[in-house]
Design a protein around this ligand. Structure first.
Ligand code: GDP
Ligand code: MN
Length: 414
């Protein structure tokens, strides 16, 4: 599960990491007053710097124009109006972009230097690792690709956690000096602890910034001005505070509906919807669709114990995806019974209708009953073809989709 930046900032602040004041808004009308209160809270005075930032589960906002520096209530309102009325297209969103419904208005800071700091799990060493770079900011992906030596790695001992001497060494390697070192170390220890305590899969501060010297901070101040946290879904039951931060509007509609009925469903970019039982068979089905020249529209494992209603809902989800131009059902009935699947196919056909080609391959428990149900409902299923085996099924659905495409683009077709 991901959270928004304004929520991640709260988690950081709770852990003792210095974060500039900020507040989340959901309408243009709130922008001016929020600008004033944030600037006042940070004691910046009139004309103080603030930053308006889109709150979406995607990065690359700065380059997309969805992080704007403002110096007045009017500029804050203008930035808010732009962000709430335009879709954000960044390197991480795809061409269609995403809708922005929430904004953060935060006190702005003057920046001397931007750093990158994160904790994640390194599968190779099977440990958590702190990753840091003195070349932080908006280009961290390029730094990793072109200049990997600029990225420092500090493995975290699973028993004793990140040690202060390890954090100090990292801070020196990043170039922090004087009082900056202690500030950076406190932040490193705080995110390493939070990562473990909250069962994170990623805790990232980018950029971690160093501000110019000012009163009270002769060496400048080390602050977090952007943060991203992801959490292990399987551990959410023990973090009610984190689970409460879930924002359904940021999730794929089909994936949300599937998770409500306990199905494993992942939306993909292709055009052939798949309904399969067992994760392994689902993977093989996707592979063989690709092998036959098609592209799967989703991964869907209905598992062993799904009810007829759950499988019917699975078909509704697949058929509501406008990208789906064909559906392949591949069931090897073990605990899952073929007649349950067949009945769900018929329910979906009667309720929504299969306007697209459908290929069904059934094998295993109650297969005879399953086939009987399907042939009895033949009139509801004009686009259905049975298949002998997996390879036959994949070929048939890819061919059927291609035929449909050729047919609908031909000028004589109606
Ligand atoms: P991202 O592009 O989605 O990662 O959004 P960030 O919050 O990291 O902002 C992108 C960039 O905007 C940062 O790397 C900074 O250079 C700049 N920026 C963000 N907040 C401030 C601020 O308070 N003051 C200044 N001067 N620059 C900021
Ligand atoms: Mn950032």
């Amino acid at each position: 599960m991901k959270v928004h930046e304004y929520q991640a900032r709260q988690i950081l602040a709770d852990a003792g990491v210095p974060v500039p004041a900020g507040a989340m808004i959901e309408s243009v009308e709130q922008a001016a007053a929020t600008y004033k209160s944030v600037v006042q809270e940070a004691e910046l005075g009139e004309g103080g710097l603030a930053v308006v930032k889109a709150q979406v589960h995607a990065g690359g906002r700065g380059k997309a124009g969805f992080v704007k520096l403002v110096r007045s209530p009017e500029e804050a309102t203008e930035a808010a109006r732009f962000m709430l009325s335009n879709r954000m297209v960044s390197v991480q969103t795809g061409d269609a972009g995403i809708e922005v419904c929430k904004l953060l208005i935060a006190a702005g800071v003057d920046i001397d230097k931007e750093f990158y700091l994160a904790v994640t799990t390194d599968r190779a060493t099977r440990r958590n690792v702190m990753i840091a770079s003195a070349e932080g900011g908006v280009e961290i992906e390029q730094v990793a690709a072109k200049n990997p030596d600029a990225i420092l790695n500090q493995p975290i001992d699973p028993l004793i956690g990140l040690q202060p001497y390890e954090a100090r060494r990292l801070a020196f390697e990043l170039g922090f000096k004087g009082k900056q070192v202690g500030q950076a170390v406190r932040i490193m220890l705080a995110i390493a602890t939070t990562f473990e305590k909250k069962d994170c899969t990623l805790a990232e501060i980018n950029p971690l910034v160093l501000t110019p010297a000012r009163d009270g901070y002769p060496d400048g101040q080390v602050l977090a001005i952007d943060a991203k946290f992801s959490f292990d879904d399987n551990a959410l039951f023990r973090h009610k505070d984190i689970a409460a931060m879930f924002d359904a509007s940021e999730e794929n509609e089909g994936e949300l509906r599937a998770s409500r009925i306990g199905l494993a469903y992942i939306a993909l970019d292709g055009n052939i919807g798949c309904l399969v039982n067992g994760a392994g068979l689902a993977m093989s089905t996707m592979d063989i669709i690709k092998h036959s020249g098609g592209e799967p529209a989703n991964f869907l494992d209905v598992g062993g114990g799904a009810s007829e209603e759950a499988v019917t809902e699975a078909f509704r989800i697949i058929l509501s995806d406008p990208k789906v131009e064909g559906v392949l059902v591949n069931i090897f009935g073990g605990i899952m019974r073929c007649d349950v699947i067949a009945q769900a196919v018929v329910n979906a056909a009667q309720e929504v209708g299969f306007r697209v080609p459908l290929v069904v391959r059934l094998e295993g428990t109650n297969v005879k009953e399953g086939r009987r149900i399907l042939s009895a409902a033949q009139s509801d299923l004009p686009t259905m073809q049975p298949a002998e085996d997996l390879a036959d099924a994949a070929r048939k659905i890819v061919d059927a989709v291609e035929r449909e495409r050729a047919g609908s683009s031909s000028p004589v077709a109606n």
